[in-house]
Design a protein around this ligand. Structure first.
Ligand SMILES: Cc1ncc(COP(=O)(O)O)c(C=O)c1O
Length: 392
């Protein structure tokens, strides 16, 4: 008889985004609609590989001469070019490392903070759900700050500003650089300046997560908050993802940045490298090679910029078509119309979400939708089903 070692193991709840994605995939209804995923979808409901990526991959296939390891902190060319996307030059005092997607950057930075300046990290309420899990797994205590009232569907910016006045000095505050997930509520340039003043006055530590660069107001404007803080001389950290910005989701390509003015970069880099080495040794190369190829070859870069703009415009147009079709039911009109990026709450109850699911229309339990799940061939059906629901 073999020994049973796993008799007492527990289990964990499934990740909602992936779980609902699976329900959608397994649903045989040809008219099913997926509003739950967190990826770009085109007018045919597909997530295509960008043309710039395909071209870069062809070149890489021809040119690649080795599969040897990348350095622990990744490709230097990739890091140099990614830095240019986010920060005004000169790039002094910025430590950088390539990571396994944006999630990898959050995790490594989380572990770094746990080691070097352990204190709670404050995330917006609500936030991308995985922030809680990743930071807890890194050993940090996770607390929240007010951002959005999920019952009345109102942005809570005033409450957030008041929180900045009252939170303990030196606190780590996670900020979404652009296209806040899940609300789509972002700060204006004036609000970023106001927030910066509060951070400076109160000695708070900004931790930016920027996973949708180029998909809100465009490449230059979307980095406004991150770059403003950098230019002001603040010490800060940034977790960056190419998953959405280049549609490279499964290639897992991201980067972390740490700005500091008190210590040599080499010393801090050595600790970041040790954390990476002990987690996964060194990052995968393919996605980073694609990114650096696109960013250094001007014809590929131009193709990519056009494609990113197409993505951005599709999300703006779809949001406005959706709003027109559903205006009577959307109570948070201002919040919905002004939201940036892919997401918003639809603002319906859980029972209504479940009723939609019975009709093969999938959104997250809290009614977050990816606006890009809507396209010309499914809008009418969604509206017809939605109108039939008992609302209230
Ligand atoms: C706000 C936010 N941060 C980070 C990530 C993680 O990105 P990645 O898939 O590159 O790990 C996501 C992905 O959905 C996100 O929405």
């Amino acid at each position: 008889m073999a020994h049973l070692f796993f008799e007492h193991v527990g289990s964990q709840p499934a990740d909602p985004v992936f779980e609902i994605g699976k329900m959608w995939r397994d649903d045989p209804n040809p008219e099913k609609i997926n509003l739950a995923v967190g990826i770009y979808l085109d007018a045919e409901g597909k997530n295509p590989v960008m043309r710039a990526v395909k071209e870069a991959e062809k070149l890489i296939l021809e040119e690649e001469k080795t599969k040897t390891y990348l350095p622990i902190d990744g490709s230097p060319l990739f890091l140099q070019e990614t830095k240019k996307l986010l920060f005004t030059e000169p790039h002094t005092q910025i430590l950088a490392a390539q990571t396994v997607g944006g999630t990898g950057a959050l995790r490594i930075l989380g572990q770094y903070l746990k080691l070097e300046m352990p204190r709670p990290v404050y995330v917006s309420d609500p936030t991308w759900q995985n922030h809680h899990g990743v930071f807890k797994a890194a050993g940090l205590e996770v607390k929240t700050y007010p951002y959005y009232d999920r019952i009345n569907h109102k942005a809570l910016k005033k409450e957030f500003f008041n929180f900045l006045d009252s939170v303990e000095k030196g606190a780590v505050i996670l900020l979404h650089g652009c296209c806040h997930n899940p609300t789509g509520i972002d700060f204006t340039e004036d609000e970023w300046k106001f927030i910066l003043e509060k951070f400076q006055k109160r000695g708070l530590f900004p931790f930016f997560d920027i996973a949708y660069l180029g998909l809100g107001d465009g490449l230059k404007k979307d980095r406004f908050g991150v770059d403003l803080f950098y230019q002001s001389g603040m010490e800060m950290c940034v977790a960056f993802s190419f998953s959405k910005t280049m549609d490279l989701y499964r290639d897992r390509v991201g980067a972390l940045f740490l700005v500091n003015h008190s210590h040599t970069l080499e010393a801090m880099q050595s600790t970041i490298k040790q954390i990476i080495r002990q987690n996964y040794s060194n990052p995968p190369a393919h996605g980073a090679l694609v990114v650096e190829k696109i960013l250094i070859e001007s014809h590929l870069r131009n193709i990519w910029i056009d494609e990113l703009e197409e993505h951005r415009k599709r999300s703006i147009e779809t949001r406005s078509i959706f709003f027109e079709a559903f205006e009577p039911w959307i109570l948070h009109k201002k919040e919905f119309k002004e939201a940036k990026g892919f997401f918003s709450y639809l603002g319906i109850k859980k029972e209504e979400v479940f009723a939609l699911r019975k009709e093969s229309i999938y959104l997250l339990d809290d009614s977050r939708i990816n606006i890009l799940g809507i396209n010309p061939s499914n809008l009418a059906r969604f509206k017809e089903v939605f109108e039939r629901l008992p609302h209230g």
